[in-house]
Design a protein around this ligand. Structure first.
Ligand SMILES: NC(=O)c1ccc[n+]([C@@H]2O[C@H](COP(=O)([O-])OP(=O)(O)OC[C@H]3O[C@@H](n4cnc5c(N)ncnc54)[C@H](OP(=O)(O)O)[C@@H]3O)[C@@H](O)[C@H]2O)c1
Length: 267
């Protein structure tokens, strides 16, 4: 059974300021509120539906992309202080209170500048498809720079979107994805996303890798409908709407339930 957002059994916790434990020296996961859990099918991890919403100073990378724009918009609604990393200020349509920081993940000094005073990062960096031959380094180079810049600026919390097919999730998609799309269309992307995941895992930051299945633009169902798989053998693959990927990342920012893990998320 899935417990819907509207049927919370405990009252939502009001917005409040984060504590110092988001700093680099913080030890472990946040104190947790009482959770209500819901399962949709056996094998998926119960997703907390009653989170503790911290107001955070949040840098969103890939903010101009489809998932990034959703993340900016929902983060703003939740009361976070949002800075969007943008490569081209004239193309980015964000208006105050969203702050724009001009930068590129391949330019570490621009990242350091954008990270000044931030408390957390959601990374939704994306690229064009790579084809079967072309090698890519955007994800690994960009993430290496991001980790270095976060450390130099004392920002510890990173939620990084990769995708099913990265790292040990390779081969766990549907057959057409495993045998056609990934090798023929996304080979370079996922080779580099695997390196990206390794960099995040070895970063020493407080990280969560988020691996969505195939993304869609419409049909948001709400974070309560998201199935979360941390056991690869149990994965069931469907599609997931970008808005719900954004919602999941923000929920993870709030409750840290999957810190140090790489959940696959789908409907
Ligand atoms: N498509 C799928 O079915 C699928 C499935 C699973 C996972 N994913 C992953 O989910 C994530 C979000 O996907 P999406 O389709 O929403 O993304 P997207 O629309 O392709 O957006 C990509 C973002 O990355 C930014 N970017 C690219 N190069 C950059 C650089 N050098 N420095 C700074 N920013 C840079 C782009 O900025 P500009 O606007 O300046 O170009 C854009 O904001 C991606 O990691 C994607 O691989 C996708």
């Amino acid at each position: 059974m899935v417990i819907e957002e509207g049927s919370l059994t405990t009252a939502p916790v009001p917005l409040r300021k984060p504590r110092a434990r988001h700093g680099l020296n913080s030890a472990g996961p946040h104190d947790r509120p009482a959770f209500a859990f819901g399962w949709k099918r056996s094998g998926s991890v119960p997703l907390s539906i009653n989170a503790n919403y911290w107001i955070m100073k949040l840098l969103i990378i890939g903010a101009t992309g489809a998932t990034g724009r959703e993340t900016v918009s929902q983060a703003l609604t939740q009361g976070h202080a949002v800075t969007a990393l943008v490569r081209d200020c004239t193309k980015a349509t964000f208006v105050p209170p969203v702050k724009k920081a001009v930068g590129d993940v391949l330019d570490v000094s621009s990242l350091e500048k954008a990270l000044t005073g931030q408390e957390a990062v959601i990374c939704s960096l994306g690229s064009a498809v790579s084809g079967p031959i072309k090698e890519m380094t955007l994800f690994s180079e960009g993430t290496r720079n991001l980790v270095a810049a976060m450390k130099s600026q004392g920002v510890s919390r990173l939620i990084c979107i990769t995708g099913i097919g990265a790292g040990n999730s390779k081969g766990h998609g549907p057959w057409y994805y495993n045998w056609l799309i990934q090798p023929l269309v996304l080979r370079g992307v996922y080779k580099d996303k695997t390196r990206q995941e390794e960099i995040v895992r070895g970063s020493g930051l407080v990280w969560t890798l988020v691996r969505p299945t195939i993304l869609t633009n419409g049909g948001a169902k709400g974070v309560g409908a998201v199935q979360v798989f941390t056991q690869l053998a149990e994965i069931h693959v469907s599609k997931i709407c970008r808005a719900d990927v954004a919602a999941f990342c923000l929920r993870e920012l709030a409750d840290g339930r999957f810190q140090g893990q790489a959940p696959v998320i789908t409907y």
